[in-house]
Design a protein around this ligand. Sequence first.
Ligand SMILES: NC(=O)c1ccc[n+]([C@@H]2O[C@H](COP(=O)([O-])OP(=O)(O)OC[C@H]3O[C@@H](n4cnc5c(N)ncnc54)[C@H](OP(=O)(O)O)[C@@H]3O)[C@@H](O)[C@H]2O)c1
Length: 252
Amino acid sequence: MSDLFEIQGSVALVTGASRGIGRACARQLAQAGAIVYACARSEEALEELASECEGVRACVLDLRDEVMVEALASEIMEAHGRLDVLVNNAGVLGPRATLDQTGAEALREVLEVNVVGAFNVLSASYPALRAANAPRVINLSSSVGRKGRAQWGAYSISKFGMEGLSEIAADELGEDAVVVTLNPGGTATDMRAEAYPDEDPDTLPSADDVAQTIVLLTRQLRAEHNGGRFSSRALFDLAKASPQKAVELPTD
Ligand SMILES: NC(=O)c1ccc[n+]([C@@H]2O[C@H](COP(=O)([O-])OP(=O)(O)OC[C@H]3O[C@@H](n4cnc5c(N)ncnc54)[C@H](OP(=O)(O)O)[C@@H]3O)[C@@H](O)[C@H]2O)c1
């Protein structure tokens, strides 16, 4: 018998599932047998995903709206009595600008999605996560959430916020839960194209490649990883090999 987390039959919530990494992740978790609550604002994209993928449930919401987020968390609790997997993935880039060119309003807008939105989802999910046997939370971060870099101001600040949120939840959710951050690294998505408009996306890993590392973490995370920081780049080979036994996971 495998000592890995069993995705088949688990209940998952993936934010930012209308495109990019979140969409690929929702699809792959559903293909592995999870019931996946897939959230974003774009109804058409979510309905298309749900129609293509058995197990995906489209949840149209804006993460900034705490009432909508609370309602979804209650719906999951009522339907399943637990939440096994939370992938806090939704995010926005905001302006690529130096701090003196960012402006407080742009900073507020980015923090409202990347930090307050992630906080809304994570905190509303606490009861359902606590009700699960071995809940796992994967929070999407960035290299600039671990080391500040020029001209990534608002986004970088927000990802430091995500790292902090993740550490707090790792400490609060107790012994059975595993809460980590994942830096996907440059990935061929709309957000990356917005940040680097002249780059050829074919030179980058795909959203599916990164989603495979999220599936790998979902299966492999153990108590010793709680509070850990991971990077997809270091996990690609393991994810492709899809080990059926517990393996050592490289951390940052
Ligand atoms: N791509 C990269 O190179 C890269 C590198 C490092 C880190 N990351 C991180 O990885 C994660 C995924 O990035 P990605 O490249 O896949 O981004 P993306 O393609 O731009 O997708 C972002 C997702 O977030 C959702 N979203 C944005 N605002 C929202 C809101 N207010 N309420 C609900 N959903 C919202 C979007 O859906 P709607 O617009 O439909 O709401 C969309 O599904 C992000 O956290 C990003 O910071 C990405």
